[in-house]
Design a protein around this ligand. Structure first.
Ligand code: UDP
Length: 238
């Protein structure tokens, strides 16, 4: 197959839950190793990879708030969770000999670098994976919004959103056997049909800046390589 990448620079969004493996909390190093392999394959064919990782495997502000905590405090905890996931992912990538930097939207001297767009772009051009942690740095946002924001800032060719299903369906395919998969959607269709691919802030940001989004199943081996070489995978929103 054709391995000449169609995308030169991508922003990959992994949810925190994707790092849990079969557990219901925390991080499974085996899952990280598998992802490092997939990401390493992209680096190997010269694709620049920015990464945004969620924090839902550890803490979510909304859930903490529902349990009685102050929402902003909960969101701060959620953002710190994304830094922990970023450190764990860097560890896995570096064990696979992939140079990796972790930047944080919230300064955390001595642990990770503070986010610097120009520096991130320089690092990406040198073939480093750059992990953008701590979301947007603000409460009431999500890491999906952070992924679109950083993707737009670094001028990625696309934001790739890893999920557990192989694209966007008309209904939840696990609950509704008549659910149909979409190959392509417009941003407005996602909004009008309330498809819940990403939160509204993230979709609107992508729409306003013409950032293509691809939703795909991260559990399919080789999926990232197939996406960047232009093979049909998941659902494209543009
Ligand atoms: N969060 C935040 N601002 C951001 C990004 C994340 O406050 O810009 C907090 C929020 O509490 C969120 C948590 O961090 O619930 C973890 O992120 P998210 O829920 O997006 O993780 P995912 O669902 O992708 O694992």
């Amino acid at each position: 197959s054709n391995t000449q990448p169609r995308y030169k620079r991508v922003l990959l969004k992994l949810s925190g839950e994707a790092l849990m493996g079969d557990h219901d909390f925390g991080i499974d190093p085996k899952v990280l190793d598998r992802m490092a392999l997939e990401i390493g394959a992209l680096i190997g064919i010269g694709v620049q990879v920015g990464l945004v990782i969620g924090g839902g495997n550890l803490f979510r502000g909304a859930a903490l708030s529902a349990a009685g905590l102050d929402r902003v405090t909960g969101d701060h905890m959620g953002m710190l969770a994304t830094v922990m996931n970023g450190l764990a992912m860097r560890d896995a990538l570096e064990r696979s000999n992939i140079r990796t930097r972790v930047m944080s939207a919230i300064p955390m001297s001595g642990i990770v670098e503070h986010y610097d767009r120009r520096r991130a772009v320089r690092d990406l051009k040198e073939g480093d994976v750059v992990i953008f942690s701590a979301g947007t740095g603000n409460p009431f946002f999500t890491t999906d919004s952070a992924a679109c924001l950083r993707g737009i800032e670094i001028q990625a060719d696309a934001v790739l959103k890893a999920t557990k299903v192989d694209g966007v369906y008309s209904a939840d395919p696990n609950l509704d056997p008549t659910a149909e998969k979409y190959d392509r959607l417009s941003y407005d269709e996602v909004l009008d049909k309330k498809l819940g691919v990403m939160d509204l802030t993230a979709i609107c940001l992508a729409r306003d800046h013409g950032m293509p989004l691809r939703v795909f199943d991260m559990n399919r081996p080789g999926v990232l390589t197939r996406i960047v070489t232009g093979e049909k995978e998941g659902t494209l929103i543009e």
